[in-house]
Design a protein around this ligand. Structure first.
Ligand code: UD1
Length: 423
């Protein structure tokens, strides 16, 4: 089990290149199943979750070739030879349920292990399932597996009871090959959904309303395999800006999409940081006024993303005054709080509200990641803490941050990855 050892106090300086987006790459890999032929995805981040999704499409009959140096993934699809995704894959990554859309659309059946709870809450998939039912599928639950069947998905109108990124992606992938028109209401507007939609349109799908809460799809009989570049990762981009902020450094993120992190940029400016943006870069540096705390409420896009809530909380622990976070997306997303407290942070939580009293300095401790974004929060806290922090269970951050050590070293951080830590 590898660990990170981070000695805090370095003021980060320099540029961090942003990788392709994990949450865009995952549905694109699955969507390649919708067409026969060779799909070529570029700018694919070499991450644990991506490698898991590659195993998922392999188990359904696709052949893959991932050049991890060039970040190019080739996926060759002929007939789908299997329609079952086993528990061992789904339990390591919930996004495996994305295969339901393409499998139902192309094979008429999908047997997918029902994901259980996870570190950040119960995370049901009822919206995915009722959406497919609205499109004519029958759904049964047997021995922990969802068994979905549909001779051919048919269009219709479906209103999602809650904005869900996963359900929007899944239903969109089903609708593109369905019979007739599908109207999806209360859709997620996340850039990852827009990226998926653009990919599907390039494959020959007819979709209107991407990036709005009403997506209208005219089903087509067939799609073709294409080449497509994955958009930059907005959560990784935000994490490096926050790394600059917490060390009071001057960091420029490049190969990024500033429009995708508007809520974070706005908030950092209000806290007193100096932010500049260009077409594909954002820089952060100390501003010319005293810093202050902030109030954030996590919301669906374009609101403040829940995936940046934990890293933002780390910054707040060192920002003067009181900060408040209301987490509205997931019910149990404060697992980093206990670890931050062990580093001396002053945080009080009550339900989905956290109140943070900023202080001058955190202090090092031995701490443990509980999930991907909580892990990012701990790395940021360690960068700003006095002394050397040992972080365990860093396999969580391998799921979503490509070349984390190299990128932080490039900014002047004192970070080492070592083998052999305890669990
Ligand atoms: C995706 C992202 C994740 C991000 C989240 C919210 C991927 C691979 N993951 O997760 O990083 O934190 O969006 O931006 O893209 N819900 C239901 N029933 C459903 C589906 C969702 O009640 O059928 C609820 C969830 O429990 C949660 C909320 O809806 O409270 C939003 O979840 P959703 O947008 O679906 O998150 P994911 O797609 O799982």
């Amino acid at each position: 089990m590898d660990i990170y050892k981070i000695t805090g106090g370095a003021t980060l300086q320099g540029e961090a290149p942003i990788s392709g987006a994990k949450n865009a790459a995952l549905p694109l890999i699955v969507a390649s199943l919708l067409a026969e032929g060779e799909t070529v995805l570029t700018n694919v981040p070499n991450l644990q979750d991506v490698r898991t999704m590659i195993k998922v499409v392999q188990c359904l009959g696709a052949q893959t070739d991932f050049d991890t140096d060039a970040n190019v993934l080739k996926i060759r699809v002929a007939a789908l030879t299997n329609a079952e995704v086993p528990y061992d894959l789904v339990k390591t990554m919930r996004a495996s349920v994305y295969v339901m859309g393409p499998l139902l659309a192309r094979a008429g059946e999908a047997d997918v292990s029902l994901p259980g709870g996870c570190a950040i809450g119960e995370r049901p998939i009822d919206i995915h399932l009722s959406g497919f039912e609205a499109m004519g599928a029958t759904i049964e639950l047997e021995h922990g597996y969802i068994k979905a069947r549909a001779e051919r998905l048919s269009g219709g109108r479906f209103v999602m009871r809650n904005v869900s990124v996963g359900a929007t992606a899944n239903l969109l992938m089903g609708a593109v090959l369905a019979d007739g028109e599908t109207v999806l209401e209360n859709c997620a507007k996340e850039p990852d959904i827009v990226d998926l939609g653009r990919f599907l349109v390039k494959m020959g799908a007819t979709i209107e309303g991407l990036g709005t809460d009403r997506i209208i799809v005219q089903g087509v009989p067939k799609l073709s395999a294409v080449t497509y570049r994955v958009m930059p990762d907005r959560i990784e981009a935000g994490t490096y800006l926050l790394a600059g902020a917490i060390t009071r450094g001057s960091v420029k993120i490049v190969r990024a999409e500033p429009d995708h992190i508007g809520a974070l940029i706005q908030m950092l400016g209000e806290m007193g940081f100096a932010i500049e943006t260009g077409s594909d870069w954002v820089s952060i540096a100390p501003g010319d006024r005293a810093l202050s705390g902030a109030f954030i409420r996590t919301l669906p896009y374009p609101g403040f993303p829940t995936d940046l809530q934990a890293p933002m909380m780390s910054l707040m622990t060192t920002a003067p005054g009181i900060s408040v976070i209301i987490e509205t997306i997931f019910e149990n997303r404060f697992t980093h709080v206990g670890e931050l407290r062990r580093m001396g942070a002053d945080i009080t939580t009550e339900g989905n509200v956290a109140i943070i009293k900023g202080q001058e300095r955190l202090s090092s401790a031995t701490i443990m990641m509980s999930d991907l974004r909580a892990g990012a929060a701990l790395v940021l806290a360690a960068l700003a803490a006095q002394g050397t922090t040992e972080i365990r269970r860093i396999y969580h951050s391998d799921r979503g941050y490509e070349k984390l050590t190299e990128k932080l070293l490039g900014l002047g951080a004192d970070i080492k990855r070592e083998a052999g830590g305890k669990l």
